[in-house]
Design a binder for this molecule. Structure first.
Ligand SMILES: NC(=O)c1ccc[n+]([C@@H]2O[C@H](COP(=O)([O-])OP(=O)(O)OC[C@H]3O[C@@H](n4cnc5c(N)ncnc54)[C@H](OP(=O)(O)O)[C@@H]3O)[C@@H](O)[C@H]2O)c1
Length: 343
């Protein structure tokens, strides 16, 4: 953890591209002097670092929706921080900001590249770097814009107890859908059923997934919200109803490499005149205020359930990434870089 009297920054730099799982050996820690803001810039102390599964993809040489992480540079990271010094009138010390602050304690950026947030009483600050941001927008827009749900339809969600998935399940219920969640382990399934109110759960680690799908979706599936990929995705595509929709949000089971898709299942898209469409949250930033505003109401009145798991300190970055791929995270995985109250 950093100290208010610190004169040195701590930065995690990617120095080698992982072939499979991310390890400590892929990073180097450097300690340069604290950066000073120039005109139009601010210095921000990072509080929370989001650990999305896609962070693993940024480490590859191949471009994704993000440019590949350059080797030797500070690892990119989605952060929430507090402004400490400002050379721009739009932000003052003490303001909270979301931004791409990277895996480091402090950073300097143009004020115009940061998003000021005004936390509402009773809503934890960490929620603004998680459900009340990218994940919320992803869940809402992926389901409504690509899934185009109609009340009474059957929705199946993969990685359903995760950060995006659990929001999709709950938004689906509010839209009058029959929601089936697929997650790893009895505890996650119980949380989905008891807290998020889904209609059926499948524990893909222990259940016979195909048999459970046939029992829970005897008429087939109208919408698949796909976060995982692999063999379960094939089973879902094969059970699509006529004019079914697949929201392709992510394929987390392949991010460390190794998982392939059975393209034979794709013939179902032809047979059922179904649609599979990729979703990218950056296409929907124009809906941010509307969607996050509504989710904030639901968080504040306690009706939207979410879980945030926090590991302490930048030294836990590798562990945090590993937890997401081992399914050990309960909801959003964050790393706390410094204390909220520290000045
Ligand atoms: N397209 C976009 O714009 C966009 C934006 C944000 C997120 N996403 C995608 O949304 C998905 C969910 O992201 P999230 O941030 O909400 O993460 P998350 O669901 O909170 O965490 C990932 C979960 O995926 C499951 N998982 C990991 N490795 C797996 C494997 N090999 N096989 C099966 N399941 C595995 C684990 O759940 P279990 O314990 O249940 O296995 C894990 O908890 C990801 O695919 C991500 O890339 C896309």
């Amino acid at each position: 953890m950093n100290s208010p009297l610190a004169t040195l920054n701590t930065q995690w730099r990617l120095i080698a591209r992982p072939a499979g799982e991310v390890g400590r050996e892929h990073f180097q820690v450097t300690r340069p002097p604290l950066p000073e803001p120039g005109l139009g810039e601010v210095r921000v102390r990072n509080l929370y670092l989001l650990i999305p599964p896609s962070m693993r993809l940024w480490m590859n040489e191949k471009e994704t929706y993000f440019p590949p992480q350059p080797l030797g540079e500070v690892m990119a990271g989605i952060t929430l921080g507090v402004v400490e010094s400002s050379q721009d009138p739009s932000l003052v010390p003490g303001d909270y900001v979301n931004g791409l602050g990277g895996c480091q304690e402090w950073f300097v950026a143009p004020a115009a590249q940061l998003q000021k947030i005004s936390p509402r009483p009773g809503v934890p600050l960490a929620a603004y770097r998680s459900v009340l941001d990218v994940q919320g927008l992803t869940a809402w827009c992926g389901l409504t814009e690509i899934g185009r749900p109609q009340a009474g339809e059957t929705l199946v969600v993969t990685a359903a107890a995760g950060s995006v998935g659990s929001l999709v399940c709950q938004i689906g219920k509010r839209l009058g859908l029959r929601v089936i969640g697929i997650a790893g382990g009895a505890e996650k399934c119980a949380w989905l059923r008891d807290e998020c109110g889904v209609d059926g759960v499948i524990d893909y680690r222990h259940d016979d997934v195909a048999a459970r799908l046939d029992a829970l979706c005897p008429e087939g599936i109208d919408i698949v919200y796909e976060n995982v990929g692999g063999p379960v995705m094939d089973m879902l595509i094969e059970r699509l109803r006529f004019k079914g929709r697949v929201v392709l949000c992510g394929l987390v089971s392949s991010y460390n490499g190794g998982v392939t898709q059975n393209t034979g299942s794709l013939m179902t898209l032809v047979n059922k005149a179904a649609r599979m469409e990729g979703f990218l949250v950056s296409e929907y930033l124009h809906r941010y205020q509307e969607v996050v505003g509504t989710l904030q109401e639901w968080v504040a009145d306690g009706s939207l359930k979410y879980q945030i798991e926090v590991l302490e300190g930048l030294d836990s970055v590798v562990d945090a990434i590993g937890r997401v791929f081992r399914g050990q995270n309960r909801g959003v995985q964050l790393v706390k870089i410094s204390d909220e109250g520290q000045r």
